[in-house]
Design a protein around this ligand. Structure first.
Ligand SMILES: Nc1ccn([C@@H]2O[C@H](COP(=O)(O)OP(=O)(O)OP(=O)(O)O)[C@@H](O)[C@H]2O)c(=O)n1
Ligand SMILES: C[C@](O)(CO)[C@H](O)COP(=O)(O)O
Length: 235
C-alpha cells in the first residue's frame, strides 16, 4: 500500500472531441448548462476536490472556445497548461500523460471525461481509494436492462447474458508507472481503446470496479443535456 500522504493524484481531462453524436454548432463540451459550459463544470469539480493535486485538460489544437473557458477558471492555481488532443481519445490521453512528465513516481493518474460534469465528490474519493488499494480502479454501474445484440437491419440476433456486466464510467484511476507502460504497449495495438481500463487490462494489470451512479452520465446526445442540467442542480 503506497504512502497515500506522499503520493499525489493528477487528473487528466480529455476534452478534444468533436461531439459528432451531439450534432451541435460547437463541440458539446462547450455547450452551456446552468450558465456555464460543460467543460467548466467538470474542471471545477476536479480542481476543487481535496484529493486532486492538479488538473491537466487535453484540448484540440486551435480550439477557439478554450481560451475563454480557461480565463474563467483562472482562479484555480492547480489548472495546468493544456496538452494537445489527438484524433482518437487514446492519443489524447497519452498526450496528457506525456505532458504531466511525472517520471517514475508512485503517483496516481485520474482520467475523467470532460463531458461527465455531474461527478460527485464522494465517488471521486471512492475510486481514488480503490486505486490506492489495488493499483487501478474505475467507476462503473451494473447493467440493469436486458441486452440485445442487433443486426444491421435492426433485427435482434440474440440476447446477451447480462450477469457480471457493468457499464464503465470515468474517473478511471491508475498508478502512473502502470498507465505509462500500458499506453506504450497499446501503441502497437491495431484498435484504439475506448477507455483506459481496457489498455491496462490488455497489459495484464488488475483493475477494480467501484459502484458508481447513473447520474454520472456522459453527455453524448441531445437528450442528455436536460438530464445533465437536472442532475447538476440536484448535487
Ligand atoms: N480524440 C478525442 C475524442 C474524444 N475525446 C474526449 O473523450 C471524452 C469522451 O468522448 P465522447 O463522448 O465520444 O466525445 P466525442 O468524441 O466528442 O463524441 P462523438 O464520439 O459523438 O464525436 C470527451 O470528453 C471527448 O472530448 C478526446 O479528448 N479526444
Ligand atoms: C471512457 C468512457 O466514458 C467509459 O464508458 C467511454 O468509453 C468513452 O467512450 P466515447 O466513445 O469516447 O464516448
Amino acid at each position: 500500500m503506497p504512502d497515500t500522504e506522499a503520493r499525489r493524484v493528477w487528473a487528466i481531462v480529455p476534452a478534444a472531441g468533436i461531439g459528432s453524436r451531439m450534432g451541435s454548432e460547437r463541440p458539446k463540451q462547450y455547450l452551456e448548462l446552468a450558465g456555464r459550459t460543460i467543460l467548466e463544470h467538470t474542471l471545477e469539480r476536479l480542481l476543487s476536490h481535496g484529493s486532486i493535486h492538479a488538473v491537466l485538460p487535453v484540448i484540440r489544437p486551435d480550439d477557439p472556445f478554450w481560451p475563454e473557458a480557461r480565463t474563467r477558471l483562472a482562479m484555480f492555481p492547480n489548472l495546468l497548461p493544456e496538452a494537445p488532443g489527438g484524433d482518437e481519445r487514446q492519443e489524447s490521453v497519452a498526450n496528457g500523460v506525456e505532458a504531466l512528465n511525472l517520471g517514475t513516481t508512485e503517483d496516481l493518474v485520474l482520467i475523467h471525461d470532460a463531458v461527465r460534469p455531474c461527478i460527485g465528490d464522494e465517488e471521486i474519493h471512492s475510486v481514488v481509494a480503490a486505486a490506492d488499494e489495488c493499483g487501478g480502479a474505475i467507476l462503473a454501474v451494473p447493467v440493469a436492462d436486458t441486452l440485445k445484440r442487433v443486426a444491421a437491419d435492426g433485427c435482434i440476433e440474440d440476447t446477451v447474458d447480462r450477469s457480471g456486466l457493468w457499464r464503465a464510467q470515468t474517473p478511471q484511476v491508475f498508478r502512473h508507472g502502470e498507465l505509462e507502460h500500458a499506453l506504450e504497449v497499446a501503441r502497437t495495438h491495431p484498435e484504439p481503446a475506448t477507455d483506459e481500463a481496457s489498455i491496462l487490462e490488455r497489459a495484464g494489470y488488475p483493475v477494480r470496479v467501484v459502484p458508481g451512479r447513473d447520474d454520472n452520465l456522459k453527455v453524448t446526445r441531445p437528450e442528455d443535456l436536460a438530464l445533465a442540467e437536472l442532475f447538476l442542480g440536484a448535487r
